[in-house]
Design a protein around this ligand. Structure first.
Ligand SMILES: [Zn+2]
Length: 563
């Protein structure tokens, strides 16, 4: 236990405004600071920080607390881990309070990763083939190899086991680091015979590795498995370095792989981050939106890259980003372009980045044969769907731009295309009105794998008990069967009936959007009640802020009800 006065001492040495400023852009308003809330989606700021009280509060979602709570929530770590971090920053030594082995899970985890990283780095220098791969094939200089901290995991690597012994980690703890797997012949390093590169969190601590094969083996890339401290859907590679550049330049570039992000950093675009083999998730977008709302998607030019870009555009639009998309012409990605044409080649490609409307139109033009009536029909309805999708988030000018460009490309008249934008979306919602939000969520979760990640991040406070139980169990086990086995009797009956009685949707993505809207409404209703309660006892100044927040909520609810 850390004594209360030590915790107070740490807090008193820090300014909450400084700490929060490292994560999001605060703007001064009177005696407060204000920002877009990092914990919920909004377009107008309702997140306030009070330097006087050294606390933050969001009038949109209700998040509030002190500097420790903020770091805890932001980094998804425990109270003690956040305290440890802040103590370091404040220059307070906590070691005398921690009894023998009561070091926090986070600090053991990052120590493990740091030591392993150092061993991998040493191995790289010993292995000619691995070094040659980086120097000849990837054209990396020795400084660059050391700057990005490349390493190599040798054949038959026992390195994770060695470190685990050194740190006195149990087998169970070693398994939880995400770098080993069990075979009949014992524990193995998942990165064996791969180039490894550290993946760091925003504080610069290594929390995972990426590994690439030297030859043509498959899979080409792997990452540490998701752990308590590392999740692919949250982490952005190189964000620790890039975040200050992103803020300064008010623009972020996102690539698909580590080598592409590295190539762009080498070319002087240090405001670049990479996703780890996924499209951009809601969590990524939320994190980036606090640094800049201007984004350039620089994904691979192959089919998978384009699909990831299309999916990312959907996510980004809903958070009000301005989006450009890069076209690498004949190259596969940033890395291959940089290797052949250097900085100039990269600059040219960025100068010619296209608007997202243009990208969308080109994407469907390649997919459908516009010389046939059915191809034209599919093309027009795809454009129509996008028109509907972007309309709520952008000005009508953007929808017009989309239609105009699609008309130029397809030869269809703008009028015809607009008809598709305005046509009502298939009437599936009507007959599903009776299906409750919890039931819809459960049905989607079990039947459509690609909805799971998003559903797992739904706010729990507006969900019923059984769906909450299912999501929590799944989060721990990552396995549907195990989730089902461990459910309480009541919830197991419930889910059985849901799966049996819910009619399959004709467009599950639309159902997912509709469910989100319903949850959002529920949450806002709850917030409204809370605000009304607060209003009774509020000071004049608080009243002012609360009433404004109330108006915003009512406005949001109206627009949700319309949508
Ligand atoms: Zn909020």
């Amino acid at each position: 236990m850390i004594p209360k006065d030590v915790i107070e001492e740490i807090k008193s040495r820090l300014d909450i405004v400084d700490v929060i400023s490292e994560y999001i852009n605060l703007e001064r308003v009177g005696q407060y600071y204000r920002a877009l809330c990092p914990f919920h989606t909004e377009t107008r700021p309702s997140f306030y920080v009070s330097p006087k009280l050294q606390r933050y509060k969001c009038f949109g979602c209700g998040a509030n607390g002190d500097v420790i709570k903020f770091v805890q929530e932001m980094e998804n770590i425990s109270f003690y881990e956040a305290l440890e971090k802040l103590a370091k920053r404040a220059g307070v030594d906590l070691s005398k309070y921690s009894k023998t082995s009561s070091k926090s899970g986070y600090s053991i985890y990052t120590t493990f990763y740091k030591k392993l990283k150092d061993l991998y780095k040493k191995e790289l220098l010993k292995n000619k083939k691995a070094l040659a791969y980086l120097k000849d094939k990837r054209r990396l200089s020795e400084e660059e190899i050391s700057h990005f901290e490349f390493g190599y995991s040798p054949l038959g690597s026992k390195l994770p086991i060695i470190i685990a012994k050194e740190l006195n980690l149990s087998l169970e703890m070693l398994m939880k680091t995400g770098v080993v797997f069990r075979t009949t012949k014992g524990i193995k390093d998942i990165f064996e015979d791969r180039i490894v590169i550290p993946i760091k969190n925003e504080s610069g601590d290594t929390i995972a590795f990426g590994g690439r094969v030297l030859d043509e083996g498959e899979p080409k890339y792997i990452n540490s498995k998701d752990t308590k401290y590392f999740s692919k859907s949250r982490t952005l590679f190189l964000l620790d370095i890039a975040k200050n550049y992103i803020r300064r330049l008010d623009m972020v570039i996102v690539t698909e792989g580590y080598f592409d992000a590295i190539a762009l950093h080498r070319a002087g675009f240090e405001n670049t981050v990479a996703v780890l083999g996924t499209a951009l998730t809601q969590q990524h977008a939320m994190r980036l939106s606090n640094l800049s709302k201007n984004i350039v998607l620089a994904f691979d030019s192959d089919e998978a890259g384009k699909k990831a870009a299309i999916r990312s555009i959907s996510v980004l639009l809903s958070r009000g980003f301005n989006i450009l998309v890069v076209d690498y012409r004949d190259y596969k990605d940033a890395d291959s372009l940089y290797t052949k044409e250097g900085k100039d080649g990269i600059e040219k490609v960025f100068e010619k980045a296209m608007s997202f409307e243009e990208f969308i139109v080109n994407y469907y033009k390649e997919r459908y044969d516009l010389s046939t009536p059915s191809g034209v029909e599919s093309f027009a309805s795809a454009i129509g769907e996008w028109g509907k999708r972007i309309a709520p988030y952008t000005s009508s000018v953007r929808v017009e731009a989309l239609v105009k460009y699609a008309s130029e490309v397809s030869g269809l008249s703008q009028k015809d295309l607009e008809r598709f934008v305005r046509s009502p979306t298939v009437a599936v919602q009507e007959d599903r009105k009776r299906v409750g939000a919890d039931e819809e969520i459960a049905y989607l979760f079990f039947n459509y794998e690609d909805t799971r990640e998003e559903i797992l991040n739904f706010p729990r406070d507006v969900l019923g008990n059984c769906i909450k139980e299912i999501l929590d169990l799944y989060k721990n086990t990552n396995n549907l069967n195990q989730t089902m086995e461990n459910l309480s009797k009541e919830c197991s009956d419930w889910i059985f009936n849901v799966l049996k009685d819910t009619p399959p949707p004709s467009d599950y993505q639309r159902i997912l959007r509709d469910v989100k809207r319903r949850l959002e409404l529920k949450k806002l209703t709850k917030r409204l009640k809370e605000i009304d309660m607060h209003l009774n006892s509020a000071t004049d100044e608080e009243r002012h802020v609360l009433l404004k927040a109330r108006m915003d909520i009512v406005r949001k609810m109206k627009s949700l009800q319309r949508g």
